[in-house]
Design a protein around this ligand. Structure first.
Ligand code: XUL
Length: 531
């Protein structure tokens, strides 16, 4: 009986899902999560990342991701030997934009890993740069401007690559490092994204990238789905030779390497090219046809959906990425997701139950009290300096502050997604906070849309397992049929549906305008109280 394994290497944790497909019988055979801060404290991360030393710099240790992957595989092999032995295919989903810098011996090491020893120590001398800048990094504004200037402006960059230059995107990150550390850049043989790094570890060879993750670099030409030479040139010397190849998202990157076979008894299962967590969530939320959007409430909040053709001109807020189904997806990303919700919960010493209670006992619209919850620098809209700003909101009123943070997150998402040109009537909610029905009620009311919560909050990871299944079916001559792949996994079974209240929805029409005015005022220099 075939089993499929998906991993999601997110900002704060690594999750694995094993699914089984036996004719019409489909189900999740195992689900396990590994939190970096708690299980690998020796790497010194907080929420999976290390901030500083300079303002805006946020990195993670790539060795930590490798060690987490090994520990997770060891755990799965121990707890589920039968399922692991029956693995047909595997896929990685990973936080987007982060980059891993391997030197020549590191790239060669991938194929000579010794199964008698753990993985991480064997990678000790593999990195040309010991840390990986991640998507939360906001320190590359100067590089964004330089790259945009070199290719003829942000509009041209957006038309070609699907995004104007963004601080967290891999190209600006590479440019900064190549300028600051030219010798170390010269000694870099290969620059991976997190998804291709982990896929390389699984196959024991340099792995390619899919157009979903490759589009998060400001380097991929949407029309060719290959690297855009002008952008590569504007970013760093001889960059193209250091980047993985971009291949169709259904490509089998290779079999699981002999390292994993010998050390943990894995079979030579097919490893599908990896992708970013958002493209993977597109599959895990079942958005395989146009017209629906999903909202993921994780470390970041994201809103995404398949789009017809591309709408890249003049993009200010959003991005076009390749979709795992072959077309394109639109996405807008907000950095202040779970960290902002946690900040308010912790500040008022609430439990999640107390947080929900506050939402239940405060009115939609919050008596016009507003908050801009920028606990970390914000991506959308671009805000370089973190700060929590309040308007008509008493800082001492815990319940009003809880409602304010949730309303702010929903209103900013609704306001900044017009560019997708989708009239949003239905939203699939995913990510950790989608388990909270009170938060989903605010989402439904602000968007004036029906919100469905799927039975898993882990859609990126489920999406990886489903991508593995899809690629395996296609590789063995089966039909390229996403609907039948997702059937039984992301269908309404067990779905919770939340309807908007017409009165509350009407209330937000006006409040969204006020929120925009407050946001605009703060973006151009806020005078309100900042925390
Ligand atoms: C998307 C983005 C985030 C990361 C977090 O553009 O930056 O959603 O992928 O995992």
């Amino acid at each position: 009986m075939p089993f499929y394994l998906g991993f999601d290497a997110s900002t704060q944790s690594l999750t694995a899902i094993l699914i089984e497909v036996d004719g019409g019988r489909r189900g999740v055979a195992a689900l396990d999560t590994f939190r970096y801060d708690e299980e690998l404290p020796q790497y010194g991360t907080r929420h999976g990342a290390i901030r500083g030393p300079e303002p805006g710099v946020v990195t993670s240790p790539p060795a930590m991701w490798a060690e987490a992957l090994e520990r997770m595989i060891a755990r799965l092999a121990r707890a589920h030997p039968r399922e692991v032995a029956g693995l047909a295919a595997v896929a990685i989903s990973a936080q987007q934009h982060g980059s891993v810098y391997l030197n020549a011996s590191g790239a060669a090491r991938l194929s000579t890993l010794d199964p008698r020893h753990p993985l991480a120590p064997q990678l000790e001398h593999a990195f040309a740069r010991p840390v990986a800048p991640i998507w939360m990094d906001s320190s590359t504004t100067a590089e964004c401007e330089a790259i945009a200037r070199a290719v003829g402006g942000h509009e041209i960059l957006a038309a070609r690559t699907g995004s104007r230059a963004f601080e967290r995107f891999t190209g600006p990150q590479i440019r900064k490092w190549a300028t600051e550390a030219p010798a170390a850049y010269a000694a870099t043989a290969r620059i991976d994204l997190v998804s291709s790094f982990l896929t390389s570890l699984l196959i024991g060879a340099p792995a390619p990238l899919d157009p979903g993750d490759a589009a998060g670099t400001n380097l991929m030409d949407l029309s060719t789905r290959g690297w855009w030479p002008e952008a590569a040139q504007a970013t760093a010397v001889d960059l193209a030779t250091r980047l993985p190849a971009v291949v169709d998202a259904r490509t089998i990157a290779g079999p699981v390497s002999s390292y994993w076979q010998r050390r943990y008894g894995l079979p030579p299962a097919r490893v599908v090219v990896g992708t970013g967590d958002n493209p993977s969530s597109l599959i895990g939320t079942g958005l395989v046809t146009e017209g629906h959007v999903a909202v993921s409430l994780g470390t970041s909040n994201t809103l995404f959906g398949l789009v017809a053709g591309t709408r890249p001109t003049g993009l200010r807020d959003g991005h076009i990425f390749g979709a795992p189904t072959g077309g394109f997806m639109g996405l807008t990303c907000f950095a202040n997701g779970s960290l902002a919700r946690d900040h308010v919960r912790d500040r008022y010493r609430l439990t999640w139950e107390g947080f929900s209670d506050a939402l239940r006992h405060t009115p939609p619209g919050n008596h016009d009290a507003l908050m801009l919850p920028w606990v970390v620098p914000e991506i959308t809209p671009h805000v370089a300096l973190a700060g929590v700003h309040r308007l008509n909101l008493d800082e001492r009123d815990a319940a009003a502050n809880v409602r304010a943070v949730v309303e702010a997150q929903m209103m900013t998402m609704a306001n900044h997604t017009d560019w997708m040109g989708v009239s949003i009537r239905e939203i699939s909610a995913t990510g950790g906070a989608s388990a909270n029905p009170e938060i989903l009620q605010v989402m439904a009311d602000v968007f004036g849309a029906t919100v469905s919560r799927l039975s898993t909050t882990n859609s990126a990871c489920l999406g990886a397992a489903l991508r593995a299944r899809h690629a395996d079916v296609v590789a063995t001559g089966g039909a390229d049929d996403w609907r039948s792949v997702i059937a039984g996994f992301v269908e309404p079974a067990g779905t919770v549906q939340v309807q908007p209240s017409p009165a509350a929805a009407a209330r937000y029409v006006d409040l969204r305008r006020r929120y925009t005015a407050f946001e605009d005022a703060c973006v151009s220099g806020c005078s309100a109280d900042a925390e």
